[in-house]
Design a protein around this ligand. Structure first.
Ligand code: ZN
Length: 257
């Protein structure tokens, strides 16, 4: 039987990395075959690359998250530019736009600049992108139209049904996470889950965030991606094995291997 792929997990971050062994034991028990380790900083990425070099279960993505941009130094940028060329790094991300009103919000202009710079970096090295888009569908889509040259993943897709077609046209895959299991989730995203073409769907946890509703209260981890799979199966009326197979094919088509 084919294994499950979590296309987005922050397992080398400060919450889950100290518990690596138990987290991975549960992941393997749950049937996970491959995990994309998404790293938001250069040290984290170096750690992930080392792990992925030893174990083919792991891929790495690294990039600067829109709300971290103020902390990113010139040295960080040049380290990122060389790290993304490592063979274990399969994608540049997560990058994008985030208009959620945090206490300290990074000005839109700075987010835009960093987003464009990283889309261009992905184009230069010919690797996919992983896009973070929160309450910023219009701008994200507009910048992608101009600067995106490689396919990629709309991570934790919540852009709704109407916008879905445009992202698909740009070669993007839609990755769904625990957010679709929340009762208050918007209907437009549920519709996107039901109507998205099967050959463009991925699943993810975004661990340790976005714990699916049935296990809420715990830190999220890759083994809980099964709740996302089951929820999609319920909404689309399909079998779990069929979805796991499609997700695996999609991930390999995009990331290789
Ligand atoms: Zn993430």
């Amino acid at each position: 039987m084919q294994g499950i792929i979590d296309s987005h997990a922050h397992v080398c971050g400060k919450v889950l990395f100290p518990r690596w062994d138990e987290v991975m034991e549960r992941a393997e028990k749950a049937g996970l075959e491959r995990i994309m380790i998404v790293c938001t900083g250069v040290e984290e990425a170096e750690r992930a690359i080392e792990i992925a070099a030893r174990d083919p279960m792991f891929d790495v993505a690294c990039g600067f998250y829109p709300n971290d941009i103020l902390k990113v130094t010139k040295t960080d940028w040049s380290r990122l530019e060389s790290l993304v060329k490592e063979p274990q790094v399969k994608a540049v991300g997560e990058i994008g736009m985030d208009y959620f009103p945090y206490e300290t919000t990074v000005p839109k202009e700075l987010q835009r600049e960093a987003f464009i710079r990283q889309m261009c970096l992905a184009a230069e090295i010919g690797k996919p992108v992983i896009i973070h888009m929160r309450l910023a569908t219009e701008d994200t889509r507009a910048y992608m139209r101009t600067y995106l040259k490689t396919p990629g993943i709309m991570h934790c897709y919540s852009g709704g049904y109407e916008a879905m077609g445009d992202f698909l046209d740009m070669g993007m895959y839609l990755s769904f996470s625990g957010n679709i299991t929340f009762e208050l989730d918007d209907r437009s995203t549920q519709k996107a889950v039901r109507e998205a073409p099967l050959n463009r769907i991925l699943v993810e946890t975004d661990a340790p965030s976005l714990t699916p509703a049935p296990v809420q209260g715990r830190d999220n981890e890759p083994c809980f991606v099964t709740y996302v799979l089951d929820h999609i199966c319920r909404l689309r009326g399909m079998k779990r094995e069929e979805l796991i197979r499609a997700v695996g094919d999609n991930y390999r088509r995009l990331m290789g291997g």
